[in-house]
Design a protein around this ligand. Structure first.
Ligand code: 4NP
Length: 166
């Protein structure tokens, strides 16, 4: 096995790890399974905050994802850890506040590259807005944003794998 076949590690980050980032995790897991790449990419999510450590996703996020055939009910919240900067290739954050929080904790020798998720939908300065304090429409909007970007992540991973295999 060549060094390049080591799994890529992608970590999605939001504030609470119960709405946006578990949705992105579930969606990318599903896309990778459809592409037969699930063994080659490790996907995880976490929050910058600790309020929901050990909690399942918000019922509204579970419901919105379920309506698109994605089951995120088994995921559990955890907080960003310093090891994540060493173990992950990419840390994909949802909004500007997440970006500032993650950048403040990022060590100088981090392996991980930190990017806004929407960069993968061609919008490097766009947020996936926090739907937690709003209604169902916010969850659906977040899901649409996440879907567009996760498709971009899956495409980029496929290309990276093809280059590695060449
Ligand atoms: P998330 O949404 O960052 O998309 O998981 C939130 C969840 C919980 C809280 C804020 C945002 N909270 O304040 O508890």
């Amino acid at each position: 096995m060549s060094e390049t076949s080591v799994p890529q590690r992608i970590l999605f980050v939001c504030l609470g790890n119960i709405c946006r980032s578990p949705t992105a995790e579930g969606m990318l897991r599903q896309r990778l399974a459809q592409l037969g790449l699930e063994e080659r990419v490790e996907v995880d999510s976490c929050g910058t905050g600790a309020w929901h450590v050990g909690d399942p996703p918000d019922p509204r996020a579970i419901e919105a994802a379920s309506a698109r055939g994605i089951d995120i009910s088994g995921l559990r919240g955890r907080q960003l850890a310093s090891e994540d900067f060493a173990t992950c290739d990419e840390i994909l954050v949802m909004d500007a506040a997440n970006l500032a929080d993650v950048a403040a904790r990022k060590p100088a020798n981090a392996r991980a590259q930190v990017l806004r998720l929407m960069a993968y939908a061609g919008q490097p300065d766009a947020d996936v807005p926090d739907p937690y304090f709003g209604g169902e429409a916010g969850f659906l909007y977040a899901l649409d944003q996440i879907e567009a970007a996760v498709d971009g992540v899956a495409t980029a991973l496929m290309r990276r794998m093809a280059v590695d295999d060449a």
